[in-house]
Design a protein around this ligand. Structure first.
Ligand SMILES: Cc1ncc(COP(=O)(O)O)c(C=O)c1O
Length: 471
C-alpha cells in the first residue's frame, strides 16, 4: 500500500492533463482566426472574483472550466488582430516547452546539468541568429531585467567598486535617445544614479539618436567631471520602431571607451532578415544587447536574453560567494550573471522552437510581418482621411484618422482608440508622437494575415467616421 499524499487531485492526474490538452487545443483553434467581438467578463466570473480564500475543495474539472472561462474573457495577445503595444504570439511549441519545463521545475540558479548546457547553447544560437559575437549571456524575465543586468555591468566597469561603496560622490551618467524604453530610466534609478543621471540625447527627424549630439554630450560631461557609464542605443524603439544608427554610435563610444548597450528587446530579431538586416549594422560592436524572444520571436512570456561580449563583466557586477553555494570549478553560477536567483528553464522554449521550426522559418515570419507593416502604411496612404506619423522603419505603423470639420484631431484619435477597443474587432492602443495623438499598431504576430491588416485600416476608418458624426 502506498501512503496517501496531501494535495492529491479529486480526479486522475492524467485525466486532468487530458482535459488541459483539450482546453489548449480549443484555445489554439480560437486563435487561428480573429473573433468578431471580445466577450465581457460574465456573471459567473464576477461571482468567482468575490470569493474568499477557499476552505473547501472545488472539483478539478469545474475549476479548470472556470480558469478557461477567465482566460477566454481576457485580452490574449496571440489573437491575430491584437495590434496594441508590442504583443506576442504564444507559439505552440513554446506553450508545450513551458509545460515541460514547469513539470521538471529545474532551477537554473546554479549548474543544473543538461538544462544549463542548453541555456548556454540557446544563448549561442540567439547570438548567431542576430549576428552578435556573444562571449556569454543569460536568459531573463524580460527586456526590463535584461537592460538592468547589462547596465549594472556597465556601471561596475565605469565606476569600479560601486557595488561595494555605492555611487555617492562619483557623478556618472547614462545616455539614450528620448525614445528609449522607460526600463532604461528605471535601471538608471535602481543603479543609484537617479533620473537626472540619464541624458536624453537629441534625435533626428526619424526619431533616431543623433551621434553628433551624443559625442558633444559625452565630451561636455567628461569635461565637467561626470563619468559616462553607458550609451543605450535602441534597435527598435517601442513608440515608433526607430533603429538608432548603431555603427555611428559605436564609433562615438569606441573613441571614448564608453560601454555601448543595444536595447533590441523588440526589434533586434529583424537583424536576421535580408530586407532589414543592414539597419542593424554595428550591433556586433556593442558590449551588450537585450533581445526579447517573447516579442518578435513569437514565444510565450517570459523569455528574454542579455548577451554580452564578455561574461566576466556580468559576474563582476553580480557574483556572490555564499556559504551554501561554493564555486567548486571557479566558474560563475548563472545566478552570478543576473539579478534572479530562482530561474525557470526559459531557454528551453527558444531551443525547442529553433529545433522544430529551424531558423529560416523565423526569418520568413519576421519578413512577413515587415511586409505587412509596409502594406499597412500603403493602405493608410491610399486614404485621404488617414495620415501616417512617419515612415515605418520596422513593424510599428503609427497613423491617425482625420475626422474633418473642426473636431480636435488629437481628442478624436484618443477617443477612437477607446472606441476600437470597445468595438472588439481589432485591438489597438493610442500613443502620443511629437505631441500629437495617433493610433499605434504594431505587427509582431505570426498569425496576422494581410486581410487582418487591411481590416484594421478599414475598421479604424469606419469607427472613426461614425465617431466623428456623433460629435
Ligand atoms: C525596446 C524595449 N525595451 C524594453 C522593453 C521591456 O521589455 P519587457 O516588457 O520584456 O520587460 C520593451 C517592452 O516593450 C521594449 O519595447
Amino acid at each position: 500500500m502506498t501512503e496517501a499524499l496531501p494535495l492529491e487531485l479529486d480526479a486522475g492526474r492524467e485525466d486532468v492533463l487530458a482535459r488541459a490538452v483539450e482546453l489548449i487545443g480549443a484555445a489554439w483553434r480560437s486563435f487561428d482566426r480573429y473573433r468578431e467581438t471580445e466577450p465581457p467578463i460574465d456573471e459567473r466570473v464576477r461571482a468567482l472574483l468575490r470569493a474568499p480564500l477557499p476552505e473547501d475543495r472545488t472539483p478539478v474539472f469545474e475549476a479548470l472550466a472556470d480558469a478557461y472561462r477567465i482566460l477566454d474573457e481576457s485580452i490574449a495577445q496571440p489573437r491575430p488582430r491584437y495590434f496594441a503595444f508590442i504583443g506576442s504570439s504564444g507559439l505552440p511549441i513554446g506553450v508545450v516547452a513551458d509545460a515541460l519545463a514547469s513539470c521538471f521545475d529545474v532551477n537554473l540558479a546554479r549548474y543544473a546539468a543538461a538544462a544549463t548546457e542548453v541555456e548556454r547553447q540557446a544563448v549561442r544560437w540567439l547570438a548567431e541568429f542576430v549576428g552578435y559575437p556573444a562571449g556569454g549571456g543569460v536568459f531573463t524575465s524580460g527586456g526590463t531585467v535584461s537592460n538592468l543586468t547589462a547596465l549594472a555591468a556597465a556601471r561596475e566597469r565605469a565606476l569600479p567598486g560601486s557595488r561595494e561603496h555605492g555611487v555617492a560622490q562619483r557623478p556618472g551618467a547614462f545616455y539614450a535617445s528620448g525614445e528609449a524604453h522607460y526600463s532604461v530610466q528605471r535601471a538608471v534609478e535602481l543603479l543609484g544614479l537617479g533620473t537626472a543621471g540619464l541624458r536624453k540625447v537629441e534625435m533626428d527627424e526619424r526619431h533616431r539618436l543623433d551621434p553628433g549630439a551624443l559625442a558633444e554630450t559625452l565630451d561636455r560631461d567628461r569635461a565637467a567631471g561626470v563619468t559616462p557609464v553607458a550609451v543605450v542605443a535602441s534597435a527598435g524603439t517601442t513608440l515608433t520602431g526607430a533603429v538608432d544608427p548603431l555603427d555611428a554610435v559605436a564609433d562615438v563610444c569606441a573613441a571614448r571607451g564608453v560601454w555601448l548597450h543595444v536595447d533590441g528587446a523588440y526589434g533586434l530579431p529583424a537583424a536576421a532578415t535580408a530586407s532589414h538586416g543592414g539597419l542593424f549594422a554595428g550591433v556586433e560592436r556593442a558590449d551588450s544587447v537585450a533581445i526579447d524572444a517573447h516579442k518578435w520571436l513569437y514565444l510565450p512570456k517570459a523569455c528574454s536574453a542579455v548577451l554580452v561580449r564578455s561574461a566576466g563583466e556580468l559576474a563582476a557586477a553580480f557574483a556572490h560567494e555564499e556559504a551554501y553555494m561554493p564555486h567548486e570549478e571557479g566558474e560563475p553560477h548563472a545566478a552570478d550573471l543576473t539579478l534572479e536567483y530562482s530561474r525557470p528553464f526559459r531557454a528551453l522554449k527558444l531551443w525547442l522552437a529553433f529545433r522544430v521550426h529551424g531558423a529560416p522559418a523565423f526569418r520568413e515570419a519576421i519578413e512577413r510581418n515587415l511586409a505587412q507593416a509596409r502594406l499597412m502604411a500603403d493602405e493608410v496612404r491610399r486614404h485621404d482621411d488617414l495620415e501616417l506619423a512617419l515612415e515605418p522603419q520596422l513593424s510599428i505603423v503609427p497613423f491617425r484618422h482625420l475626422p474633418g470639420g473642426d473636431l480636435d484631431v488629437d481628442q478624436h484619435n484618443l477617443a477612437l482608440a477607446g472606441s476600437l477597443q470597445a468595438d472588439g474587432r481589432v485591438y489597438l492602443a493610442s500613443a502620443v508622437i511629437d505631441g500629437r495623438a495617433y493610433l499605434r499598431p504594431c505587427v509582431v504576430n505570426y498569425r496576422t494575415t494581410d486581410a487582418d491588416v487591411r481590416a484594421l485600416v478599414d475598421i479604424a476608418r469606419e469607427v472613426g467616421g461614425r465617431l466623428a458624426l456623433r460629435r
